[in-house]
Ligand binder design. Structure first.
Ligand SMILES: [Fe+2]
Ligand SMILES: [Fe+2]
Length: 131
């Protein structure tokens, strides 16, 4: 199943909401690539694109959390780093042929994306709003 950005995912910051929308779009492209049986090289390209954008988004978000003096920054950053590590592992395993892209991989990404936005990102949003 593809993902959709909905208003309940809003962190009340335009820039970051747009980034989350783009992030979800990149995930959907990757998901479609698997569903359409695209060649391995294409899927590698898609996962790499998603990884690059994830890094960009995390940096941007961490900057925002810093700017509002969010006390949960360090913990949040750890969660970001763990995710990047995981996706880098996926990418390596795919490149070396040790992992076949499957719905299991996309399921992990999908659940993580949504859980992270709803669980962690909305926490700094609430904090920033109550300041
Ligand atoms: Fe985050
Ligand atoms: Fe985020």
């Amino acid at each position: 199943m593809k993902l959709q950005w909905t208003a309940d995912l809003s962190v009340s910051n335009d820039r970051i909401d747009k980034e989350h929308q783009r992030w979800i779009e990149l995930f959907n492209n990757f998901y479609n690539g698997i569903a359409e049986g695209r060649p391995k090289e294409k899927l590698e390209e898609l996962i790499l694109g998603m990884l690059d954008y994830t890094k960009y988004h995390f940096k941007s978000e961490e900057e925002y959390m810093r700017s509002v003096n969010y006390p949960g920054l360090a913990e949040h950053q750890e969660s970001h780093n763990a995710f990047i590590k995981r996706v880098e592992e996926f990418h390596q395993k795919i490149t070396s042929g040790k992992l076949i892209l499957s719905l299991e991989v996309t399921n992990f990404l999908k659940i993580w994306l949504i859980d992270h936005i709803k669980g962690s990102d909305l926490q700094y949003a609430r904090f920033a709003q109550n300041k």
